[in-house]
Design a protein around this ligand. Sequence first.
Ligand SMILES: Nc1ncnc2c1ncn2[C@@H]1O[C@H](COP(=O)(O)OP(=O)(O)O)[C@@H](O)[C@H]1O
Ligand SMILES: [Mg+2]
Length: 273
Amino acid sequence: MGDDPYKDDRGNKDRSITREAGGTMSGAMADGARVDVTHAFLVGDTMTGGYGSGADILHDCTIAVDPGEIAVIVGPNGAGKSTAMKAVFGMLNLRKGSVRLDGQDITALSPQDRVAQGMGFVPQTSNIFTSLSVEENLEMGAFIRRDDFRDTMEQVYELFPILKEKRRQAAGELSGGQRQQVAVGRALMTKPKVLMLDEPTAGVSPIVMDELFDRIIEVSRTGIPILMVEQNARQALEIADRGYVLVQGRNAHTGSGKDLLADDEVRRSFLGG
Ligand SMILES: Nc1ncnc2c1ncn2[C@@H]1O[C@H](COP(=O)(O)OP(=O)(O)O)[C@@H](O)[C@H]1O
Ligand SMILES: [Mg+2]
């Protein structure tokens, strides 16, 4: 095992398979607003697969993000949004398609190795250690680092001042919005090249949601591309450079957040008119 499968994969990035895959993709995109993801910084390209030996959940699903961008995935419950994120993070065996990060084919890498390659992932559930303190959660986030991570921790505390205040408190005692800050902060501790967030505003009030979005925009401005799933579709698309509407594991609509918000069909079907 070791390095060999990975080495063999590395050539893929320059071969035309990505273009072939892109060719099949156009059919999947109902709106025809196909984005060329060939050279995107992070791309899950025409991903097909499901859990274990179960039926496929994703069908030629493509999502991508570039530096300076916030890409948002929206869609009904059970559409496969979390599954797509897990697939990009390496928690699913893809039957088809590939995942590329910064020009490297990482389809064969384990989630741990993807973290080492620069992926930060905040899953939808169980994304903090509730019995550990806030600071211990951040330290856990830095587990792969051998260098001094105190500067990064200070940056996280600057981004989320409330976490510094509560750093000795058990994370489980915090409010929903504060827990999400812990989860995002933990992911930032590895100094990721890309940040993936699955429903970072789940269960928080509209005011806290706005605050979280502001912090996410702030992270994005530091140059870290952000790929996130959101159930607050309208608000999320307002800050999205790219938007993906997934339906039943397929790309239903793709475009800039602005375009999707202006699209009649998207408004009617997914934004409540
Ligand atoms: N761990 C799992 N094992 C088997 N099926 C799963 C698992 N997680 C999700 N699913 C199924 O995959 C489909 C998509 O779920 P999910 O990706 O969580 O949707 P979303 O995040 O868009 O709400 C659903 O039919 C769900 O039941
Ligand atoms: Mg989900």
